[in-house]
Design a protein around this ligand. Structure first.
Ligand code: DC
Length: 224
């Protein structure tokens, strides 16, 4: 029977890294829903839309967008209308615009439908902001990953350095605080902790420790 692991939390908590590792070890399909909002943001930016002034147009683009998540041995690759945009969706411009586009209720509805379809009849591990609350409130396992904003900004800063994305630590921290605030204060699908989610504070944990803890929670749930 299909088994669903839902993981939410703010950016920089290690959701992406953890889900990737667990998906591989436990044979689950990994779906990074942030990459879908990022793809929409990229498409809008490519069309010269960088504010929410023309919401109708953004909704229209979302209705017709074609997003595919393809999995290979090591990674998941994101295709937007047939083009591999795995790196392009990680720029600071796309990161910044992905939060406003994700606040549009009609956009969220389209994305949630797409996410449910992607998971149909499959065992998945899906991460985002509203997976435990909206997309799969009845998931077999519901986890909320957290960490202090300073630690999350430190992780993101190091990651950006590695990827050659130029952003000072201060700028990274500020952008993260703004995105946290916006993502958790919107009307539709805000980031919040589901009542029955298990919270893991990863501030002082290594990736390996978090992975082990999540795997234990999944195994405990399967054994029930
Ligand atoms: O996880 P991420 O940083 O790649 O997400 C990019 C943006 O997309 C983030 O600012 C919030 C939004 N998002 C969302 O609203 N709902 C999701 N399920 C996933 C991401």
């Amino acid at each position: 029977m299909a088994f669903i692991v839902a993981i939410d939390g703010p950016s920089g908590t290690g959701k992406g890294t953890i889900t990737k590792l667990i998906a591989k070890e436990m044979g689950l399909l990994n779906i990074d829903t942030g990459s879908m909002y990022r793809s929409l943001a990229l498409k809008c930016l490519n069309m010269g839309i960088n504010t929410l002034d023309n919401k109708e147009k953004i909704i229209e683009i979302a209705k017709n967008i074609n997003i595919e998540i393809k999995h290979n041995e090591e990674n998941q690759e994101i295709f937007l209308d047939g083009e591999n945009v795995t790196s392009k969706i990680r720029t600071k411009e796309v990161t910044a615009f992905s939060s406003p586009v994700s606040s549009v209720p009609e956009v969220r509805k389209i994305m949630v439908d797409m996410q449910r379809k992607m998971a149909e009849n499959k065992s998945v591990i899906m991460e985002g902001r509203d997976i435990t609350t909206v997309v799969f409130p009845n998931a077999n396992v519901k986890i909320y990953l957290d960490a202090s904003v300073e630690e999350r900004a430190r992780r993101r800063f190091a990651e950006n350095m590695e990827k050659g994305i130029q952003m000072s630590f201060e700028e990274t921290l500020k952008a993260m605080e703004k995105r946290d605030y916006d993502d958790s204060h919107r009307e539709a699908g805000p980031l919040k902790i589901a009542e029955d989610a298990i919270i893991i504070d990863t501030t002082n944990m290594t990736i390996e420790e978090v992975k082990d803890e999540v795997e234990k929670i999944i195994n405990d749930s399967k054994a029930k």
